[in-house]
Design a protein around this ligand. Structure first.
Ligand code: AVJ
Length: 321
């Protein structure tokens, strides 16, 4: 069936594959080996992440959804009438679906994601479920400012950045990202951001090192992806998942630990691993409410409201430019 309210996706040029090889060679060649967490999300990685969100230990997703369900009407009431709602890194549209029923008069929903295929299929599903909603997908890397569709020039803008995705960025880069959202959305915009909160170390450690080893599989899948896409020979059995909350830095660190001394070749380039040497694969920063407020202010946003669950596990913030 035709979907009259689904605009053709705007696609921005993309040299992603070369970037992956370059980043992997640079990261493995560094004195402290590291890889970017953004590369976790190939098809299998996205499936494993969906499985993580359903784990008993992984509280962020279900807690954020509960906050959106409980306070959705209040959150929606704070957005300007007739707004274009731009979701940065939309992925699956599970979260925005909790807000849309309270946003009757949106001029458009603009999901932004690098994965054009996924973007398209999610946008189609959303159009079927919300037939009066205009959906204008944009395939773009949300870490840089990007142009919004021309026909939305006059609409007031609201941004949506759930899931504590901002935790993957160093605090300086996180402030830069919030500043970049402000440039994309323009003056007078509103931004709704989901932020995981600092809490007891044992709770955080378990959320990133679950009993069923799904997070371990998610972490190791990065090596499977490198083997397949970049022609590498990582032996998956020779690396172990390690994740822990660093209370001084306020972040979860995920690593892949080499179980022995070994040589790995990536696209013809050899890399030596000492026994116990790690590849740092992810940081997931946690904030306090005042800590996030300060970060937002540093990026030029005014903090207007915050909603949390009863246990203070997770928070949703409203900011205005
Ligand atoms: C999608 C970045 C918010 O940091 O909790 C989950 C990714 N990594 N388990 C997070 C993740 C390991 C997740 N974010």
């Amino acid at each position: 069936a035709p979907l009259p309210h689904l605009a053709p996706s705007a696609s921005l040029d993309d040299t992603a594959d070369k970037g992956f090889l370059r980043d992997v060679l640079a990261g493995l060649g560094a004195p402290h080996k590291h890889l970017s967490a953004k590369y976790f999300y190939d098809r299998r990685g996205s499936e494993l992440f969906e499985a993580i969100t359903r784990l008993p230990e992984y509280y962020p997703t279900r807690t954020e959804l509960a906050i959106l369900d409980r306070y959705g009407p209040e959150i929606a009431a704070g957005l300007p009438p007739g707004a274009a709602l731009v979701e940065f890194g939309s992925g699956s549209t599970t979260k925005v679906r909790r807000l849309l029923p309270h946003l009757g008069d949106l001029s458009a929903y603009v999901p932004v994601d690098v994965s054009e295929e996924f973007l398209r299929s999610e946008a189609e599903e959303l159009c079927r479920d919300f037939p009066r909603l205009r959906v204008e997908p944009v395939a773009a890397d949300f870490t840089k400012p990007f142009p919004l569709p021309d026909d939305l020039a006059e609409a007031p803008k609201a941004g949506f950045f759930p899931g504590s995705t901002i935790g993957n960025f160093e605090p300086d880069a996180a402030a830069g990202l919030l500043g970049s959202f402000a440039r994309t959305l323009g003056a007078g915009a509103t931004l709704i951001v989901g932020i995981d909160l600092v809490k007891e170390k044992a709770v955080l450690d378990a959320a990133y090192d679950d009993e069923a080893q799904v997070t371990a599989a998610f972490n190791l899948n990065l090596l499977t992806r490198i083997n397949r896409e970049l022609g590498a020979d990582f032996d998956l059995d020779a690396f172990a998942h390690h994740a822990f909350f660093d209370e001084n830095l306020g972040r979860i660190e995920m690593h892949l630990v080499s179980r022995r001394s070994q040589l790995v070749t990536v696209a013809g380039v050899p890399f030596h691993f000492a026994s116990g040497e790690t590849i740092h694969t992810e940081n997931s920063y946690k904030y306090t409410v005042p800590g996030f407020r300060a970060l937002a202010r540093r990026a030029g946003w005014e903090h207007t409201r915050v909603w949390t669950d009863e246990d203070g596990l997770f928070s949703v913030h409203a900011l205005t430019a």
